[in-house]
Write a protein that binds this ligand. Structure first.
Ligand code: IMP
Length: 421
């Protein structure tokens, strides 16, 4: 019986999902993105090259693997065209193994205008959005005003576009922002739609279900992380989509009965970009050391990422919400060279100790368990039996805390630097 496995992030994004999808994609006939948009940045290193994908699934480098941009994704056609042309310049032919859902919503230039206007109006309370127009596009989707990929093939597309643009200008005015977009931006938008029309835009839910009938397997690739989920994340400091496992069914049109494994990716420590609570954040030299060793700068916006210790309470919550079957620990090499490592194992919340994630995470103080660190350079290790004992202790502690096995440890950005346990 064929199945769909889901691979998703368990923290605030940037866990390294792109690398693992690339490593695992040879076991799947299809890789499908189910939510988010160009706010994501999935970095993949191989053969001495580095690629950053924002909307296109990370299986695109394997010719025999079909890649689907599902209905739950929001597409900025201009950025999409850039991604396609970068792949073409590197010798790939994405038009052969890429399919786009007709139901995916389009990000218009005015959605980006509204994203910036909304952040400006929020002042100090701003979300720290990537300003890619994600929130306003999902708002139009749920408000039943959005424009979908399928609409660009209809005769009344331009009329729909103009109507929505006028509406967006009204909203911008109400947020005290100029109702203006650069005419060049608008030209680029329309030109990029010509590119989109040449690609395979279809009812991808049929393709995905047929693939399963044929006995082939699908990997659903999540974007962002569970703590940025619109339902279970640190609301309102979240993204606007369902980043958790259920989002894969909604965002692709695959039944929950088809889901097999839910692979949860986490970093050996924690990072966050943008605003919002982060109990284990380190604002000192230790935090800076993690940022430097881990090159923790955003792949989409270049912003320095906030860094801190591993938060096991939050990880446990994400494991529960997603029904994670196995964990994958990323960037373990970055933790080399610390005398001791702290793991947050409970929170102080309103004068009591809890191991539950409260609705408002800004009200907690982390309680730590300390473990010895290691000094070995993990990046050169080729087999898990070379890993230091202290790292195994760290792994076993996490496994026992979350009651979930860790099946993979990543020790560097390359495909080879992936050790299976
Ligand atoms: P938006 O999705 O651009 O609206 O941003 C909302 C919040 O999610 C901000 O704090 C962003 O920094 C964060 N965010 C969005 N996408 C990503 C991602 O791919 N990785 C990490 N953080 C993200």
């Amino acid at each position: 019986m064929s199945y769909t496995d889901i691979l998703l992030g368990l923290q605030w994004g940037d866990e390294g999902k792109g690398k693992i999808v690339d490593v695992l994609s040879h076991s799947y006939s299809v890789v499908a993105r189910f939510q988010g948009g160009p706010n994501a940045g999935h970095t993949i290193h191989f053969d001495g090259k580095k690629f950053v994908l924002h909307t296109i699934p990370s299986g695109i480098f394997r010719e025999e693997c079909q890649n689907v941009v599902g209905n739950g994704v929001v597409i900025d056609p201009v950025r999409f065209e850039h991604e396609i042309s970068n792949l073409r310049s590197a010798g790939y032919q994405p038009e052969h193994n890429l399919r786009i859902s007709l139901r995916a919503h389009l990000i218009l230039p005015t959605h980006r205008l509204l994203d910036a206007a909304s952040e400006k109006a929020k002042g100090k309370e701003k979300i720290g959005s990537t300003l890619r127009g994600i929130g306003p596009t999902y708002m139009d989707k749920t408000g039943r005003n959005g424009i979908r990929v399928g609409d660009i093939f209809q005769a009344d597309f331009e009329k729909k576009y103009q109507k929505l643009k006028i509406k967006h200008f009204d909203i911008a005015r109400s947020l005290q922002s100029d109702p203006f977009i650069d005419p060049k931006e608008e030209d680029d938008f329309f030109t990029s739609l010509d590119n989109l029309r040449t690609l395979k835009c279809e009812n991808t839910e049929y393709f995905l279900n047929q693939i399963q009938i044929q006995g082939k397997n699908i990997l659903a690739e999540g974007a962002q992380g569970s703590l940025l989920d619109i339902e279970f994340g640190t609301y309102p400091f979240v993204t606007s989509s369902n980043t958790t496992a259920a989002g894969a069914c909604n965002g692709l049109g695959i039944s929950p009965r088809r889901i097999n494994k839910v692979m949860g990716i986490f970093k050996a420590y924690t990072t966050r970009v943008g605003s919002g609570p982060f109990p284990t954040e380190l604002l000192d030299l230790t935090g800076q050391k993690i940022r430097d060793q881990g090159a923790e700068y955003g792949s989409t916006t270049g912003r320095p990422r906030r860094c801190g210790w591993l938060d096991l309470v939050a990880l446990n919550y994400a494991v529960m919400i997603n029904g994670v079957t196995n964990l994958m620990m990323m960037k373990s090499d970055v933790l080399s060279g610390f005398d001791s490592l702290q793991l947050c194992t409970s929170y102080q919340h309103h004068n009591s100790n809890t191991s539950e994630m409260p609705m408002n995470l800004s009200e907690v103080r982390p309680i730590y368990t300390s473990m010895p660190g290691w000094n070995q350079d993990l990046t050169i290790m080729t087999h898990s039996n070379q890993l230091p004992t202290e790292l195994f202790d760290y792994i076993h502690f996490i496994e026992s805390f979350t009651s979930t096995p860790i099946s993979l440890v990543s020790v560097g950005p390359g495909r080879q630097q992936t050790l299976f346990l």
